[in-house]
Write a protein that binds this ligand. Structure first.
Ligand code: CA
Length: 240
């Protein structure tokens, strides 16, 4: 059911937020991560431009007023080499600034303060515009036997019974479901679902897998989530 065309969609889209107000930056990082994006944050224009030029981002959320070099300068410099979609944030309400931003190559504009839901909606529009094939290929539902995931409503059911999952558990399950039958390592799960890029002592993945299992498998006869010792986890229907 899931061919190579869908395989490309496994990894979450990576966004870069360039914002110097640390509270807002953290709020965006957390909120966008919960929306399923992988989010990096830069707190000034210089770091932001460096990351944006060297990193592999699908979209930038760029604050207009930044220490070091401001948002417009970051954008102008970035556009010399990259066409990554840019959503600019600004506290400035002047029309000239808006025009300047768009002329410098911003793809969209959002005035502060903004509603988080509007930010997410604009990001989705820009990503869809930039990756029409990718978003079209994105399935709405994922299935494995009696397990069903509705990616739009973010609803998981098994044998018609609703599974009450946290955001991370849902993301974990949807990643494993997209790659059903494939052993996925703890390190990869930590990177993809938690955006953790270090060899850590924490057992965050194991704990989450255990919780997920208690909701996904425990009430049912046949387990779907299997541990492959020393390698990771796999989601599949096994013949008994
Ligand atoms: Ca600022």
């Amino acid at each position: 059911m899931f061919g190579s065309r869908l395989r490309r969609n496994n990894s979450a889209m990576k966004l870069l937020v360039i914002e110097d107000e640390s509270k807002l930056a953290e709020y965006l990082r957390k909120g966008l991560s919960e929306e399923g994006y992988v989010v990096d944050v830069a707190h000034n224009g210089i770091d932001g431009l460096h990351l944006a030029s060297t990193g592999d981002y699908e979209l930038l959320v760029l604050d207009g007023m930044l220490p070091g070099i401001d948002g417009l300068a970051v954008l102008t410099a970035l556009r010399q080499s990259k066409q990554t979609p840019v959503l600019m944030l600004t506290a400035r309400v002047q029309v000239e600034d808006r025009v300047k931003g768009l002329q410098s190559g911003a793809d969209d504009y959002l005035l502060k303060p903004f509603a988080f839901s509007e930010l997410v909606a604009r990001i989705q529009v820009l990503l869809r515009r930039a990756h029409p094939a990718r978003t079209e290929a994105e399935p709405i539902q994922l299935r494995l036997g009696e397990l069903e995931l509705d990616l739009i409503r973010r609803k998981a059911t098994r044998a018609g019974q609703r599974l009450d999952l946290t955001v991370k558990e849902f993301n974990l399950l949807s990643l494993m479901l997209r790659r059903q039958g494939e052993v996925i390592s703890r390190t990869e799960l930590a990177e993809q679902v938690w955006d953790m890029h270090f060899d850590s002592e924490t057992n965050v993945v194991e704990v989450a897998v255990r919780r997920l299992r208690s909701k996904l498998d425990q009430p049912f006869e046949r387990p779907l989530l299997h541990t492959v010792r020393g390698m990771g986890y796999v989601l599949e229907v096994r013949e008994t």
